[in-house]
Design a protein around this ligand. Structure first.
Ligand code: FMN
Length: 212
């Protein structure tokens, strides 16, 4: 299949240095609000890249659950491929593909586990089915068929039929603490706008334009 004629011109507007917030979290909030307003489906879905101790990369989509100046939080299974990678190498990269707005945001940082208290708070806010879903899966391990998962789910439903479902010890959040942000806005003729924020030792941020 030849896709070489698949070509969109990016004409939604330019990104100027003067329009950027000094603080990248503020800039992220502005763009996130615009992504929401534009009706992008699941604007909080992001690609999460990890690399293990042998520098072997892997990538998957996860959901951003909340963010503030301490970082970007997602939840997952602590025995999963991604979590094992993070244990070996906490350096990660996340990318939000807001293609509908001809934009992407890339964040480089370090992933650290959130506290049990923080994971519990989020876990309790989830629908019961999602709580059971966390219990049922040894995420990223091989299983012979879906039937086994369904049987396990039935058992768990019975086991936890009364009262609150406890937080599994193998499930919780990671906070990505940013070291750099890139904001990308598509431009006409592939002359795009890219700005990189880099965190300095004193906690301030520099902003530089990158070539497209
Ligand atoms: C839209 C979307 C949202 C997802 N959100 C999450 C999530 O928040 N947490 C999670 O562990 N997996 C999520 N997944 C599944 C992951 O992409 C992935 O399959 C899973 O986490 C196992 O990844 P790993 O084997 O690389 O650790 C999501 C997938 C999609 C397509």
């Amino acid at each position: 299949m030849d896709l070489s004629n698949f070509r969109e011109e990016y004409l939604k507007g330019q990104l100027h240095r003067k329009d950027l917030a000094a603080n990248p979290f503020e800039q992220f909030q502005t763009w996130f609000d615009q992504a929401l307003k534009a009706g992008i489906p699941e604007p909080n879905a992001f690609s999460l890249a990890t690399a293990n101790a042998q520098a072997r990369p892997s990538l998957r989509t996860v959901l951003l659950k909340y963010f503030d100046e301490t970082g970007f939080v997602f939840f997952t299974n602590y025995g999963s491929h991604k979590a094992r990678d993070i244990e070996e190498n906490p350096q990660v990269c996340m990318m939000l593909p807001w293609v509908m707005l001809e934009r992407q945001v890339i964040i480089y940082g370090k992933a650290v586990k959130v506290s049990r208290t923080e994971s519990l708070k989020y876990f309790l806010s989830r629908p019961k089915d999602s709580q059971l879903g966390a219990w049922v899966s040894q995420q990223s391990s091989v299983i012979s068929g879906r039937k086994l998962l369904e049987m396990k789910l039935m058992e768990l439903k019975n086991k936890f039929s009364k009262g609150e479902i406890p937080l599994p010890s193998f499930w919780g959040g990671f906070r990505i603490i940013p070291e750099a942000f890139e904001f990308w806005q598509g431009g006409p003729g592939r002359v795009h706008d890219r700005f990189m924020y880099m965190r300095q030792e004193d906690g301030s941020w520099t902003i530089e334009r990158l070539q497209p």
